[in-house]
Design a protein around this ligand. Structure first.
Ligand SMILES: Nc1ncnc2c1ncn2[C@@H]1O[C@H](COP(=O)(O)OP(=O)(O)OP(=O)(O)O)[C@@H](O)[C@H]1O
Ligand SMILES: [Mg+2]
Length: 322
């Protein structure tokens, strides 16, 4: 299992790092770097750890469960049925708890990502934060995300921690039921004392894997919450592959033409509203304008970091952006 989970996490990381290279730049404008990093580190780690812990337990518990079940039915079917009666109850309880706690597991991973994002941003921007006296604001934001993380972690851990004791509680009812049925059978001379002793051992053996399954299920909830975030990232829209459209310019003269270019980072807010210009080969051009006028934006478009809303940019006569 250790090998398998290492392979799974390796392939997840590989896929993420490939994905980062084909995601449009726009994605990184609206998503904080630390949060993306947290998907690569925390979420993938969580998947690895919890898979490692729970899958092997799950496999051995299920095998144990069925093995003991067969042994019980072979020994005495009435008693076996009594023991099995508690199973649906246990699974129902498990479902209820899992359903209640899943949202906290989800927000735990989300808050962890946000916290990482904030930390990354503030550490990277140390100088700016200091220059603008932003320490207090940064700290407050940290505390607020951290409190949310604490809250969701506490709730998810509490609920999944309830699982084991509650399962034990239910299985003790099973134990009592078996004792009662055993008594009845014994009084009517339908069972030997040796079978009763054997059965009590079986019942304990039967209940152990049940509570282990419950615990593994709790672990798998973190896996589910973390994988959701990882696969959400892997499912993001990619840049269109335009290899087949690219033209290799052999002899470039260097004429650059913007034709009625319209562009906005937001669909709703145009920044460049129908810009046209021609730069002749060898000509030097200065782009002048107040801050926020769109100088850098023009260069971004020329580099094709973003797609145009309409219009075209031509190099020599070749279409660069459509
Ligand atoms: N990544 C982005 N996402 C959304 N809006 C952006 C983005 N980058 C720039 N803008 C907006 O686009 C407009 C043009 O910005 P741009 O950076 O091109 O200005 P600029 O002329 O280079 O300014 P400066 O002289 O300060 O460098 C501004 O209103 C800015 O807020
Ligand atoms: Mg600029």
């Amino acid at each position: 299992m250790a090998g398998v989970t290492q392979k799974v996490t390796k392939s997840l990381r590989e896929n993420i790092s490939k994905k980062i290279n084909v995601i449009p730049l726009k994605y990184f404008d609206s998503n904080n770097i630390g949060n993306i990093l947290s998907r690569v580190t925390n979420d993938v780690d969580t998947i690895g750890q919890t898979l490692n812990q729970s899958v092997s337990t799950l496999i051995s518990s299920v095998i144990m469960l069925f093995g003991v079940l067969i042994a019980m039915f072979v020994t005495n079917w009435q008693l076996a049925l009594t023991a099995v009666l508690t199973v649906p109850l246990s699974f129902m309880l498990m479902m209820v708890i899992m359903k209640a706690s899943q949202k906290y597991f989800k927000s735990q991973q989300k808050n962890l990502g946000e916290l990482n994002g904030h930390i990354e941003e503030i550490y990277t921007g140390q100088n700016t934060v200091r220059a603008f006296n932003g320490e207090k604001k940064a700290l407050n934001k940290f505390e607020s995300i951290n409190t949310q993380l604490q809250d969701s972690a506490l709730k998810s851990q509490f609920l999944s921690g309830l699982m084991m004791p509650l399962m034990n509680f239910i299985s003790n009812f099973g134990y009592i039921a078996i004792a009662v049925v055993c008594g009845a059978l014994f009084v009517n001379n339908l069972i030997a004392i040796g079978s009763i002793a054997t059965f009590f051992i079986y019942v304990r053996l039967f209940q152990n894997p049940l509570s282990q399954i419950a615990q593994a299920a709790g672990n798998l909830q973190s896996t589910a919450a973390a994988s959701e975030r990882v696969f959400e990232f892997l499912g993001e829209v990619e840049q269109s592959n335009e290899d087949h459209k690219t033209v290799k310019l052999e002899k470039v003269t260097g004429k650059v033409e913007f034709k009625d270019v319209k562009f906005g980072y937001d669909e709703s807010r145009l920044i460049i509203k129908g810009f046209s210009a021609t730069v002749k080969p060898g000509q030097k051009v200065a782009i002048v304008g107040p801050t926020g006028a769109g100088k850098t934006t023009m260069i971004n478009l020329l580099m094709r970091f973003y797609e145009l809303n309409s219009g075209e940019i031509l190099i020599d006569i070749f279409l660069l952006v459509q």
